[in-house]
Design a protein around this ligand. Structure first.
Ligand code: BG6
Length: 484
């Protein structure tokens, strides 16, 4: 069904808008999800005409879309929906033009996508309200991270909530828009075989890795204020952890799913200073090599001599509830790692007694490997007899692999999924206020410990798998990272 709406993108010429939002809207528009009459307002500070804006958007689409996806004819269609509005967030008089444009169709659904630093969320919403641009059919999308800690996130949320109802607020975490991430729920809740196995009696521990080979990609100014914990762990990795750990929701309704996720977040064990020392690692990359090419360290070329921002974080997380009692979740995420690799590995316990040779040493424990990106697959590692006539039964590990065949010319991105959900007013894949707050409450304790230097900042060479301290973190518990 084609949706008719007006979408305003604040920060319309920002990095995220060009890399993710424009390509997503271009596809939604051309794939028939947006009505031809829908309008996309690109809010930017620099004065320019629609034609100049369209040229810029076109160049960026050509840069960020796969070559096969860009097409002149499709762009001409998309271009008819694009309009530029010149807005300076510090001068709310500049909202007058947007007012005039939106007033042409007062009955339409209005989507306000705030792709800006979260400090601007309150002021933008205030101006929207002052200019009477918020109707019951308005929605607002807030990009993560919202604030830098619980307190600042509260201030921002309180401000936004003065103008929008909670049901109109869509707090985005684009990991929830990835098909592979949504598939975690499908895997867990539509396959009975996992139901009796998914708990502390059968699972030894869980590992969640989100490794990137890229550095900060021209976003140093933003990144240095946030770091891996605020940029990745507090949101993306926490959402993955919630999907693995949550109880079955009673339906796929937004609040049923969010209720279960929030219970997990509230069960996270808060770390003591001793825990922070033992169970967390923070590190920053130094120069090294990526894809065989030398790459500079985090600080090099930025004109600064020192920064205490981590580009890598590893943690052991404990969940204090019945299902996960005694099952650690090991999390790690970093930039400039050896390869791009995001995966969740469920490590099952070993068999209680081995009847095979070598006192069972030849029996590897079962693992369920959920690869999220770049590979998308689910593998169950099982033991199997090596065929043949050997005197003693010999075993080997084999993989049962599930690869979903993709019969689509274009695989929708996470942002396409989520933008379409906002357009259709479906908030299931967005974070509710209490989720964001619970995640900050837990992360704040660690961030405070780091700010007090409880754990020294380590260094790792770009192009490696992080500092040796991350290996020690898990080795201390007699376990090791799944680094196949
Ligand atoms: C963003 C972070 O939310 O996610 C970036 O701000 C990070 O720093 C990106 O690179 C990773 O997303 P993806 O989809 O490429 O794994």
């Amino acid at each position: 069904m084609k949706s008719l709406c007006d979408i305003t993108i604040f920060g319309g010429h920002g990095d995220l808008a060009f890399r993710k939002l424009m390509p997503a809207l271009y596809h939604l528009s051309n794939d028939g999800y947006l009505d031809e009459e829908s309008r996309i307002f690109i809010a930017t500070r620099d004065a320019m005409t629609d034609e100049e804006n369209a040229d810029i958007v076109k160049a960026k689409l050509q840069e960020f879309l796969p070559e096969k996806d860009f097409d002149e004819e499709k762009f001409s269609y998309f271009k008819k929906q694009l309009h530029v509005v010149i807005i300076d967030f510090f001068n709310d008089e500049s909202f007058a033009e947007l007012k005039a444009l939106l007033a042409m169709y007062p009955e339409r659904d209005r989507i306000n996508y705030l792709s800006t630093a979260s400090d601007f969320f309150g002021p933008i919403c205030k101006s929207l309200s002052k200019w009477e641009l918020i109707s019951p059919k308005s929605r607002v999308v807030l990009e993560k991270p919202i604030g830098r800690d619980l307190e600042s996130s509260r201030v921002i949320n309180v401000e936004v909530l003065k103008y929008f109802e909670e049901s109109q607020i869509y707090r985005i975490d684009h990991y929830l828009g990835k098909d592979t991430v949504q598939n975690i729920m499908a895997l867990r809740f539509s396959n009975r075989i996992f139901m009796p196995l998914w708990d502390a009696s059968n699972i030894d521990h869980v590992q969640i890795t989100v490794a990137e080979s890229v550095g900060v990609e021209g976003r140093w100014g933003y990144y240095d204020d946030y770091g891996a914990m605020r940029d990745m762990v507090q949101n993306h990795l926490m959402q993955l952890l919630c999907l693995v750990a949550m109880e079955p929701p009673c339906s796929l309704e937004a609040d049923s799913v969010r209720d279960e996720k929030v219970k997990v977040l509230r069960s996270l064990r808060f770390m003591t200073p001793a825990d922070i020392e033992q169970k967390t690692v923070r590190a920053q990359y130094a120069k090294g090599a990526s894809n065989g090419e030398p790459v500079p360290g985090y600080l090099e070329g930025e004109g600064v001599e020192e920064s205490i921002t981590e580009t890598f974080a590893a943690l052991r997380v404990d969940i204090d509830n019945w299902r996960w009692n005694g099952v650690p979740f090991y999390l790690r995420s970093g930039k400039r790692m050896s390869q791009r690799n995001s995966e969740i590995v469920i490590h099952f316990k070993g068999v209680p007694h081995s009847i095979f040779a070598n006192k069972g040493k030849c029996i590897s424990k079962n693992k369920l490997v959920i690869s999220l990106q770049p590979k998308e697959s689910i593998e169950l590692k099982l033991m199997n007899k090596i065929p043949g006539l050997s005197e003693q039964m010999r075993l080997q590990q084999v993989e049962l692999e599930l690869n979903t065949p993709l019969n689509m010319e274009h695989k929708p991105s996470a942002y396409e999924r989520l933008l379409l959900d906002v357009i259709r007013a479906n908030p299931t894949l967005f974070m509710r206020l209490d989720e964001v707050e619970a995640a900050w409450r837990w992360a704040d304790v660690i961030l405070k410990g780091w700010a007090e230097d409880i754990v020294p900042m380590k260094s790792y060479s770009a192009g490696t798998d992080g500092p040796s301290a991350a290996v020690q973190l898990i080795a201390r518990d007699d376990r090791s990272w799944h680094d196949e």
